[in-house]
Design a protein around this ligand. Structure first.
Ligand code: NAD
Ligand code: 13P
Length: 290
């Protein structure tokens, strides 16, 4: 049996937690190679040390996930080409704006039998119209790409609080089930639906509603108004998704990627926090997110 090798491309807050989840499973499931490579966008810490070296020495991403130990089989690698070269399962989890450049760098550098999954919540808006990140990955690299979205605030999953997630796939259910096996743990319950665009659009568009929810909080408009924003926001997410991709299914909005992610992001997400701070400061003062 050829064991699958996994590389996580990205090592921010969610990227590091995803590597933790995956690495706990690759140790226990025979069909996966134990080691999980994690590409790190290299940076020098105030101590003068390189982030990737500190992660490998301490098993902790001290910048993006401080206080959480990563399994020892997570290996940080600052060289992206080296990080992906042996992997046949590629997990993309960077902020969306870096993906086009990353994919272009990876042309011809990945295995021919590689498959991908995107955990990235966002889209590229081009002159020709919106382009989903999974489509960008598929088109530039010529590989199939599923998505995983859900009510997944990374810091909560890092301390193993229960949550659910949704894998969206286009046609190959077997590949989707392999991704489910790779991510599923007793505290991270993953299910798959055949609606890649629906799942990805939920993860993308809920961020816009979260900004509105943050403005409502910042203006102290109350819970009823916030609930209205969430309800109307969900309805608009569905309408826009179906306008862009008529194949999007109604049921997808009732999965973790839909209503559940909308709720958690409007309660505890960074976009909500950002908009709250903006409204409280009258939009005048620059603020930083801790
Ligand atoms: P993050 O916001 O914590 O960190 C930013 C990352 O971007 C860091 O790893 C940094 O090194 C990297 N970076 C900075 N400049 C770069 C460059 N020029 N090229 C490449 N990388 C660069 O990241 P995150 O939380 O892992 O978010 C990644 C994706 O996951 C986003 O699409 C986000 O919406 C999604 N997501 C996040 C959460 C969460 O709770 N954090 C949950 C679900 C989904
Ligand atoms: P924020 O990026 O707004 O923190 O949302 C995280 C998230 O996607 C939770 O599922």
């Amino acid at each position: 049996l050829q064991k699958s090798r996994v590389t996580v491309v990205g090592s921010g807050n969610w990227g590091s937690v995803a590597a933790k989840l995956i690495a706990s499973n690759t140790l226990n499931i025979n069909s996966f190679h134990d080691e999980v490579r994690m590409w790190v966008f290299e940076e020098t810490l105030p101590s003068g040390e390189k982030l990737s070296e500190v992660i490998n020495r301490t098993n902790e991403n001290v910048k993006y996930l401080p206080g959480i130990k990563l399994p020892k089989n997570v290996v940080a690698d600052p060289d992206i080409e080296h990080a992906v070269k042996d992997a046949n399962m590629l997990v993309f989890v960077t902020p969306h704006q870096f993906m086009e450049g990353i994919c272009k760098r990876l042309i011809g550098k990945i295995r021919k039998d590689a498959v991908a999954i995107s955990l990235i919540k966002g889209m590229e808006v081009k002159k020709e119209g919106p382009c989903m990140i999974s489509t960008l990955i598929s088109e530039i690299l010529g590989i199939s790409c599923c998505v995983l979205m859900g009510a997944n605030i990374a810091n909560e999953i890092a301390v193993e609080k229960f949550s659910e997630a949704t894998v969206g796939y286009r046609e190959n259910k077997e590949i989707a089930e392999k991704w489910v096996r790779l991510f599923n743990t007793p505290y991270f319950m993953v299910s798959a639906v055949q609606d890649v665009e629906g799942v990805e659009l939920c993860g993308t568009l809920k961020n816009v509603v979260a900004l509105a929810a943050g403005f409502v909080d910042g203006l102290d408009m109350g819970n009823n108004t916030k609930a209205a924003i969430m309800r109307i926001g969900l309805r608009e997410m569905k309408a826009l998704s179906k306008l862009l991709f008529p194949s999007v299914k109604d049921n997808t909005f009732f999965e973790s990627c839909g209503v559940a992610d909308l709720i958690t992001t409007c309660l505890g997400g960074r976009n909500r926090r950002c908009a709250d701070a903006f409204a409280r400061n009258g939009g005048k003062r620059f603020f930083t997110l801790a």
